[in-house]
Design a protein around this ligand. Structure first.
Ligand SMILES: Nc1ncnc2c1ncn2[C@@H]1O[C@H](COP(=O)(O)OP(=O)(O)O)[C@@H](O)[C@H]1O
Ligand SMILES: [Mg+2]
Length: 254
Protein backbone atom coordinates (compact mmCIF):
# COMPACT_ATOMS: atom_id res chain seq x y z
CA UNK A 1 0.00 0.00 0.00
CA UNK A 2 1.27 3.43 -1.02
CA UNK A 3 1.32 5.64 2.09
CA UNK A 4 2.90 8.75 0.62
CA UNK A 5 3.06 9.76 -2.99
CA UNK A 6 4.76 13.08 -3.60
CA UNK A 7 5.31 14.08 -7.22
CA UNK A 8 7.43 16.92 -8.52
CA UNK A 9 7.18 19.03 -5.37
CA UNK A 10 8.29 22.60 -5.82
CA UNK A 11 8.69 25.13 -3.07
CA UNK A 12 10.12 28.63 -3.16
CA UNK A 13 10.76 31.14 -0.43
CA UNK A 14 10.62 34.39 -2.39
CA UNK A 15 13.21 33.90 -5.10
CA UNK A 16 14.91 30.99 -3.39
CA UNK A 17 14.05 27.63 -4.97
CA UNK A 18 14.12 25.31 -1.97
CA UNK A 19 12.50 22.22 -3.51
CA UNK A 20 13.09 21.75 -7.22
CA UNK A 21 10.85 18.88 -8.25
CA UNK A 22 11.14 16.32 -5.47
CA UNK A 23 9.31 13.03 -6.10
CA UNK A 24 9.03 10.26 -3.56
CA UNK A 25 6.75 7.26 -3.05
CA UNK A 26 6.70 5.49 0.29
CA UNK A 27 5.12 2.11 0.93
CA UNK A 28 3.51 0.95 4.16
CA UNK A 29 6.09 -0.09 6.74
CA UNK A 30 9.02 1.52 4.95
CA UNK A 31 11.62 3.39 6.96
CA UNK A 32 13.22 6.05 4.80
CA UNK A 33 16.24 7.99 6.01
CA UNK A 34 16.84 11.38 4.41
CA UNK A 35 20.38 12.71 4.55
CA UNK A 36 22.04 15.75 3.04
CA UNK A 37 23.80 19.00 3.84
CA UNK A 38 22.21 21.76 5.86
CA UNK A 39 20.00 23.95 3.70
CA UNK A 40 19.28 21.24 1.12
CA UNK A 41 15.52 21.35 1.79
CA UNK A 42 15.06 18.27 4.01
CA UNK A 43 12.98 20.01 6.68
CA UNK A 44 11.00 21.94 4.11
CA UNK A 45 10.15 18.71 2.33
CA UNK A 46 8.80 17.10 5.53
CA UNK A 47 6.90 20.29 6.35
CA UNK A 48 5.30 20.30 2.89
CA UNK A 49 4.09 16.73 3.35
CA UNK A 50 1.98 17.64 6.36
CA UNK A 51 1.07 21.14 5.19
CA UNK A 52 3.15 23.07 7.68
CA UNK A 53 4.30 24.69 4.43
CA UNK A 54 2.22 24.98 1.26
CA UNK A 55 3.80 23.94 -2.00
CA UNK A 56 4.17 25.95 -5.20
CA UNK A 57 3.85 22.98 -7.52
CA UNK A 58 3.39 19.23 -7.51
CA UNK A 59 1.04 16.65 -6.09
CA UNK A 60 0.82 15.01 -2.67
CA UNK A 61 -1.36 12.00 -1.92
CA UNK A 62 -1.48 10.39 1.50
CA UNK A 63 -2.87 6.86 1.61
CA UNK A 64 -4.51 7.48 -1.73
CA UNK A 65 -6.19 10.73 -0.68
CA UNK A 66 -5.32 13.90 -2.53
CA UNK A 67 -3.93 16.60 -0.26
CA UNK A 68 -2.85 18.83 -3.11
CA UNK A 69 -2.88 18.55 -6.89
CA UNK A 70 -1.27 20.72 -9.52
CA UNK A 71 -2.99 20.59 -12.88
CA UNK A 72 -1.83 21.72 -16.31
CA UNK A 73 -2.44 25.37 -15.39
CA UNK A 74 0.35 25.04 -12.83
CA UNK A 75 -1.55 26.18 -9.74
CA UNK A 76 -1.56 23.82 -6.73
CA UNK A 77 -5.05 23.14 -5.45
CA UNK A 78 -5.43 21.88 -1.89
CA UNK A 79 -8.24 19.73 -0.60
CA UNK A 80 -10.82 21.72 1.34
CA UNK A 81 -9.75 22.63 4.87
CA UNK A 82 -11.56 19.90 6.85
CA UNK A 83 -10.44 17.20 4.40
CA UNK A 84 -6.85 18.50 4.33
CA UNK A 85 -6.73 18.43 8.13
CA UNK A 86 -8.05 14.87 8.20
CA UNK A 87 -5.42 13.79 5.70
CA UNK A 88 -2.59 15.45 7.59
CA UNK A 89 -3.71 13.85 10.84
CA UNK A 90 -2.49 10.54 9.44
CA UNK A 91 1.03 11.90 9.93
CA UNK A 92 2.72 12.64 13.24
CA UNK A 93 5.85 14.76 13.44
CA UNK A 94 8.78 14.82 15.83
CA UNK A 95 10.98 17.92 15.75
CA UNK A 96 14.61 18.53 16.60
CA UNK A 97 13.60 20.96 19.39
CA UNK A 98 10.93 18.67 20.95
CA UNK A 99 8.28 21.46 20.99
CA UNK A 100 6.71 20.25 24.25
CA UNK A 101 4.34 22.52 26.15
CA UNK A 102 6.44 23.77 29.11
CA UNK A 103 3.41 24.46 31.33
CA UNK A 104 2.01 20.94 30.98
CA UNK A 105 3.24 17.75 32.64
CA UNK A 106 4.54 14.86 30.59
CA UNK A 107 1.18 13.09 30.76
CA UNK A 108 -0.74 16.27 29.91
CA UNK A 109 1.55 16.86 26.93
CA UNK A 110 0.69 13.43 25.60
CA UNK A 111 -3.09 13.64 26.06
CA UNK A 112 -3.51 17.27 24.94
CA UNK A 113 -3.97 16.73 21.18
CA UNK A 114 -6.23 13.66 21.45
CA UNK A 115 -8.41 15.61 23.91
CA UNK A 116 -8.61 18.90 22.06
CA UNK A 117 -8.13 17.95 18.40
CA UNK A 118 -9.85 14.57 18.30
CA UNK A 119 -12.26 14.98 21.20
CA UNK A 120 -11.25 11.64 22.74
CA UNK A 121 -12.57 11.16 26.27
CA UNK A 122 -10.11 11.68 29.10
CA UNK A 123 -10.76 8.28 30.66
CA UNK A 124 -10.14 6.68 27.30
CA UNK A 125 -6.89 8.46 26.49
CA UNK A 126 -5.30 8.33 29.96
CA UNK A 127 -4.53 4.59 29.99
CA UNK A 128 -3.34 4.77 26.39
CA UNK A 129 -1.03 7.67 27.20
CA UNK A 130 0.37 5.85 30.22
CA UNK A 131 0.99 2.80 28.07
CA UNK A 132 2.80 4.90 25.44
CA UNK A 133 4.96 6.52 28.10
CA UNK A 134 5.78 3.10 29.48
CA UNK A 135 6.75 2.03 26.00
CA UNK A 136 9.30 4.84 25.72
CA UNK A 137 10.57 4.14 29.25
CA UNK A 138 9.05 7.17 30.99
CA UNK A 139 6.45 5.57 33.25
CA UNK A 140 8.07 7.25 36.26
CA UNK A 141 7.91 10.75 34.71
CA UNK A 142 4.16 11.12 34.10
CA UNK A 143 3.80 14.09 36.42
CA UNK A 144 7.11 15.79 35.70
CA UNK A 145 7.34 19.05 33.80
CA UNK A 146 9.51 19.14 30.66
CA UNK A 147 12.03 21.49 32.31
CA UNK A 148 12.93 18.65 34.69
CA UNK A 149 13.75 16.22 31.90
CA UNK A 150 16.91 15.53 29.94
CA UNK A 151 16.85 16.13 26.19
CA UNK A 152 16.58 12.41 25.54
CA UNK A 153 13.60 12.15 27.88
CA UNK A 154 11.95 15.17 26.28
CA UNK A 155 12.32 13.66 22.85
CA UNK A 156 10.82 10.38 24.05
CA UNK A 157 7.83 12.35 25.39
CA UNK A 158 7.55 13.98 21.98
CA UNK A 159 7.48 10.55 20.34
CA UNK A 160 4.78 9.33 22.77
CA UNK A 161 2.82 12.52 22.09
CA UNK A 162 2.96 11.93 18.34
CA UNK A 163 1.87 8.30 18.80
CA UNK A 164 -1.08 9.31 20.99
CA UNK A 165 -2.78 10.63 17.84
CA UNK A 166 -2.48 7.14 16.33
CA UNK A 167 -0.76 8.26 13.12
CA UNK A 168 -0.11 5.86 10.26
CA UNK A 169 3.10 7.69 9.36
CA UNK A 170 5.74 9.39 11.49
CA UNK A 171 7.98 12.17 10.22
CA UNK A 172 11.14 12.82 12.22
CA UNK A 173 13.19 15.96 11.61
CA UNK A 174 16.68 15.42 13.05
CA UNK A 175 15.26 13.99 16.29
CA UNK A 176 18.67 13.52 17.90
CA UNK A 177 20.53 16.58 16.62
CA UNK A 178 19.84 18.68 19.71
CA UNK A 179 20.93 15.92 22.10
CA UNK A 180 24.20 15.27 23.85
CA UNK A 181 25.77 12.20 22.23
CA UNK A 182 25.18 10.01 25.29
CA UNK A 183 21.42 10.67 25.02
CA UNK A 184 20.92 9.85 21.35
CA UNK A 185 20.91 6.09 21.98
CA UNK A 186 17.74 6.07 24.08
CA UNK A 187 15.84 8.03 21.41
CA UNK A 188 17.14 5.88 18.57
CA UNK A 189 16.11 2.81 20.54
CA UNK A 190 12.51 4.04 20.73
CA UNK A 191 12.58 4.72 16.99
CA UNK A 192 14.08 1.34 16.22
CA UNK A 193 11.27 -0.28 18.18
CA UNK A 194 8.69 1.60 16.08
CA UNK A 195 10.44 0.44 12.92
CA UNK A 196 10.27 -3.15 14.17
CA UNK A 197 6.53 -2.68 14.64
CA UNK A 198 6.39 -1.65 10.95
CA UNK A 199 5.52 1.99 11.48
CA UNK A 200 5.97 3.91 8.23
CA UNK A 201 8.65 6.50 8.93
CA UNK A 202 10.63 9.24 7.23
CA UNK A 203 13.64 10.21 9.31
CA UNK A 204 15.86 13.17 8.49
CA UNK A 205 19.06 12.30 10.29
CA UNK A 206 22.82 12.56 10.45
CA UNK A 207 23.02 9.25 12.32
CA UNK A 208 24.55 7.06 9.64
CA UNK A 209 24.68 4.06 11.98
CA UNK A 210 20.95 4.30 12.55
CA UNK A 211 20.25 4.83 8.84
CA UNK A 212 22.36 1.84 7.93
CA UNK A 213 20.78 -0.43 10.49
CA UNK A 214 17.11 0.61 10.46
CA UNK A 215 16.32 2.29 7.13
CA UNK A 216 15.06 0.29 4.16
CA UNK A 217 15.98 3.17 1.92
CA UNK A 218 18.32 6.13 2.14
CA UNK A 219 17.74 9.32 0.20
CA UNK A 220 20.44 11.88 -0.34
CA UNK A 221 19.18 15.42 -0.95
CA UNK A 222 21.21 18.39 -2.06
CA UNK A 223 20.12 21.84 -3.23
CA UNK A 224 16.44 20.98 -3.30
CA UNK A 225 16.74 17.74 -5.24
CA UNK A 226 16.98 14.03 -4.58
CA UNK A 227 20.44 13.29 -5.93
CA UNK A 228 20.61 9.60 -5.15
CA UNK A 229 18.59 6.93 -3.37
CA UNK A 230 18.85 3.23 -2.65
CA UNK A 231 19.51 0.76 0.12
CA UNK A 232 21.78 1.95 2.95
CA UNK A 233 24.50 -0.20 1.46
CA UNK A 234 24.13 1.42 -1.95
CA UNK A 235 23.94 5.02 -0.78
CA UNK A 236 26.11 5.06 2.35
CA UNK A 237 28.72 2.45 1.47
CA UNK A 238 28.84 2.71 -2.32
CA UNK A 239 27.51 6.13 -3.34
CA UNK A 240 27.49 6.63 -7.09
CA UNK A 241 27.14 10.38 -7.25
CA UNK A 242 30.05 12.69 -6.61
CA UNK A 243 27.88 14.98 -4.41
CA UNK A 244 26.89 12.05 -2.19
CA UNK A 245 30.52 10.96 -1.88
CA UNK A 246 31.61 14.47 -0.94
CA UNK A 247 28.89 14.77 1.71
CA UNK A 248 29.70 11.41 3.28
CA UNK A 249 33.43 12.17 3.30
CA UNK A 250 32.67 15.46 4.99
CA UNK A 251 30.63 13.80 7.78
CA UNK A 252 33.23 11.10 8.29
CA UNK A 253 35.90 13.72 8.86
CA UNK A 254 33.90 15.24 11.74
N1 LIG B 1 10.39 30.02 6.37
C1 LIG B 1 11.44 30.24 5.56
N2 LIG B 1 11.62 31.42 4.95
C2 LIG B 1 12.65 31.63 4.11
N3 LIG B 1 13.59 30.72 3.83
C3 LIG B 1 13.48 29.53 4.41
C4 LIG B 1 12.41 29.21 5.30
N4 LIG B 1 12.55 27.92 5.73
C5 LIG B 1 13.67 27.46 5.13
N5 LIG B 1 14.23 28.41 4.34
C6 LIG B 1 15.41 28.24 3.51
O1 LIG B 1 15.20 27.12 2.69
C7 LIG B 1 16.39 26.38 2.51
C8 LIG B 1 16.18 24.94 2.94
O2 LIG B 1 15.96 24.91 4.33
P1 LIG B 1 15.63 23.58 5.12
O3 LIG B 1 14.49 22.90 4.47
O4 LIG B 1 15.49 23.96 6.54
O5 LIG B 1 16.97 22.73 4.87
P2 LIG B 1 17.56 21.51 5.71
O6 LIG B 1 16.48 21.00 6.61
O7 LIG B 1 18.00 20.53 4.67
O8 LIG B 1 18.72 22.07 6.47
C9 LIG B 1 17.47 27.11 3.30
O9 LIG B 1 18.16 27.95 2.43
C10 LIG B 1 16.66 27.91 4.29
O10 LIG B 1 17.35 29.06 4.70
MG1 LIG C 1 16.45 20.84 8.66
Amino acid sequence: MLMISAQNIQKNFEKLEVLRGVSLDIQKGEVVAVIGPSGSGKSTFLRCLNRLETIDGGTIEIEGEKLVLTGAEGIPKYAEEAKARMICRKMGMVFQQFNLFPHLTVLENVIEAPLTVKGVKREEILPEAEELLRKVGLEDKLNSYPSRLSGGQKQRVAIARALAMKPDILLFDEPTSALDPELTGEVLKAMRQLAEEHMTMIVVTHEMGFAREVANRVIFMDKGEIVEQGTPEEVIDHPKQQRTQAFLNHINEK
